[in-house]
Design a protein around this ligand. Structure first.
Ligand SMILES: Cc1cc2nc3c(=O)[nH]c(=O)nc-3n(C[C@H](O)[C@H](O)[C@H](O)COP(=O)(O)OP(=O)(O)OC[C@H]3O[C@@H](n4cnc5c(N)ncnc54)[C@H](O)[C@@H]3O)c2cc1C
Length: 267
């Protein structure tokens, strides 16, 4: 690891001002993605701004039809939250399936979204529920937030503060996981709210994406059979030692059907 200076602001305002003042600074949340990157010397920031002491960025609130989760909230807290279990149980189960106990006790919602790993779970929930990502500067709709491999619309100096998830009538996440890391080889999040269906896929391609052909079929009839014949073309899907693009394409349909089945069973 290269040497860097370390800062631990107590407020969001202080963090924003540090980001402006300190050159080549990087935000640190749970360190579950960033620290390995530093260890491998794939990044060498001059300064680290640890968000860990900023209380206003933590917590879970269920109000009306919206579940709001602070960016610093850890995966284990989401998995154990009563409000999440009442509001969007699929989200609690998704968080409980991330990595191992250590990763869930350290990793955060904001870190996972800013990182936008192609195999991460939360991007599927954010896109699959049509959530809004709030930053210190603006509110960003899920459809605009994720832009590519490890890329988002976040600008330098921008900090994710919370995510607002609209409640759904029914929702579920089905993941075909890598047995070692638990990252998604393919994960599909499905939701239905007032007849509006969203299907979001992670793990299959360089960036999370929606499958509109499945959404249309499920809006007509919300049942696994409705999408049995809908195939995602393998052309733009990922191929690696874990799975070929053709296999991932097959998994998208299978996991989407399982998610629909689970969503129906949850009601
Ligand atoms: C062994 C292992 C297994 C894992 N398995 C899974 C899995 O199954 N599924 C899964 O989804 N993930 C998995 N992960 C990743 C894990 O979910 C991490 O928590 C997640 O990637 C984010 O890490 P973090 O919160 O610790 O953020 P950090 O590592 O601290 O930061 C990640 C990036 O986000 C930026 N950042 C952090 N917070 C903010 C913020 N609020 N605003 C703007 N930028 C910010 C940082 O500057 C950095 O670039 C795994 C990780 C490990 C090490």
């Amino acid at each position: 690891m290269h040497a860097f200076s370390y800062h631990r602001p107590a407020t969001l305002k202080e963090a924003v001002s540090l980001l402006r003042k300190v050159e080549n600074a990087k935000l640190l949340a749970g360190g579950q993605s960033l620290i390995p990157v530093l260890k491998l010397r794939l990044a060498s920031p001059a300064a680290m701004i640890d968000l860990g002491a900023i209380e206003e960025m933590r917590g879970i609130k269920l109000e009306g039809e919206t579940l709001t989760i602070g960016a610093l909230t850890r995966h284990a807290e989401v998995a154990a939250s009563k409000d999440v279990a009442i509001g969007i149980p699929a989200l609690a189960r998704l968080a409980d399936g991330i990595g191992d106990r250590q990763v869930r006790n350290q990793g955060t919602l904001g870190g996972a979204l800013a990182n936008n790993d192609p195999a991460a779970d939360y991007p599927a929930a954010v896109l699959g529920l049509g959530a809004t990502v709030n930053t210190n500067k603006r509110a960003i709709g899920a459809d605009r937030f994720f832009t590519g491999l490890f890329e988002t619309v976040l600008k330098p100096g921008e900090i994710i503060t919370s995510v607002a998830f609209p409640l759904a009538n029914r929702a579920a996440y089905a993941k075909f996981r890598n047995p070692a890391s638990r990252f998604a080889i393919v994960g599909v999040f499905v939701s239905e709210a007032a007849g509006n269906v969203r299907v979001a896929v992670t793990g299959a391609a360089p960036c999370v994406f929606r499958v509109k052909a499945m959404e249309r079929k499920l809006a007509e009839k919300f049942a696994p059979d409705s999408i049995a014949r809908v195939r995602v073309p393998p052309d733009n899907l990922s191929s690696d030692i874990h799975a070929s693009a053709e296999y991932r394409a097959h998994l998208v349909t299978v996991m989407a059907q399982r998610a629909v089945e689970a969503a129906l069973a949850s009601k």
